[in-house]
Write a protein that binds this ligand. Sequence first.
Ligand SMILES: [Ca+2]
Ligand SMILES: [Ca+2]
Ligand SMILES: [Ca+2]
Ligand SMILES: [Ca+2]
Length: 299
Amino acid sequence: MFSTVSLRRGLTGLVPLVVVLACVASVRTVAAAEPAGLKFSKRCLMISPNEGCAIADANRDGKPDVIAGSHWFAGPDFIPHPLRDIPQVSLGFGAAEFYASNGDHPCDVNGDGREDILCAVGWYENPGGDVFAKPWTLHPETKLSGAASPFLVVDVNGDGRNDIVWGKGHDYGVYWRQQGPPKPDGTTTWTEHLIDKSWSQAHTLTWADLDGDGQGELITGKRVRGHGDMDPGAAEPECLYYYKWDKAAARFVRYTISPPGGGVGTGMQICVADLNGDGRPDIAVSGKTGTWVLLNEGK
Ligand SMILES: [Ca+2]
Ligand SMILES: [Ca+2]
Ligand SMILES: [Ca+2]
Ligand SMILES: [Ca+2]
């Protein structure tokens, strides 16, 4: 039960050499920040310019593998195998104009049972019936500026209305936007709440139940040098966190997966799957500080 994320390449000339480190025993346990959370052991598989990764059973042996850039890594030991040649060139990503909700969660904004489309300019209402024949009405209430890709559509506070969780991909700030009751004309209403503004470049987010309590957690971290060195905080250290919703306090609480300067940052995707078959969801990320697997050791 692991998800497959489409492969993407992140190309930059900042790290000129591909260094495969999979056989090097670089495992160490990360002490979680307070309050005590899950512990993760982490391992760097490769340092390369690649910023995309996927988890899939590449060799069909029933064990999930990590695929990132020029190599795939056979689980559960993540032995590297060449996959393809990727020129070590420097390219900039074009500005993303379209943002998607996390495909693991329904993005029905207005609760009519039909999945809608959210993007930077707002949300497009699914008209129902033949969706190719009818116009989709744009609702600008959910317009986001510089949002992460993807951002998440999830009912954070459990009130039956889907909310939005998003980060600023090239600035400081991770937020959730709480959906309130609609106006009589159907206009959706939203209230923005800050989750964390202590680090920048939350370029990608995902949502998964890391601790097995049935509630999903927000997982995100710094995409190191997301726009070269142009973004606010670009020179600050890489980090990876999860945020757990505290129902009683009605806020997110942060837990550290890998602390600032701990080597682990994000790129374009955060993959979650049980990589070692122990029942606990693990994490794979790929960014300018390397391709990493983070094994969930529980509390
Ligand atoms: Ca496999
Ligand atoms: Ca809600
Ligand atoms: Ca959970
Ligand atoms: Ca596991």
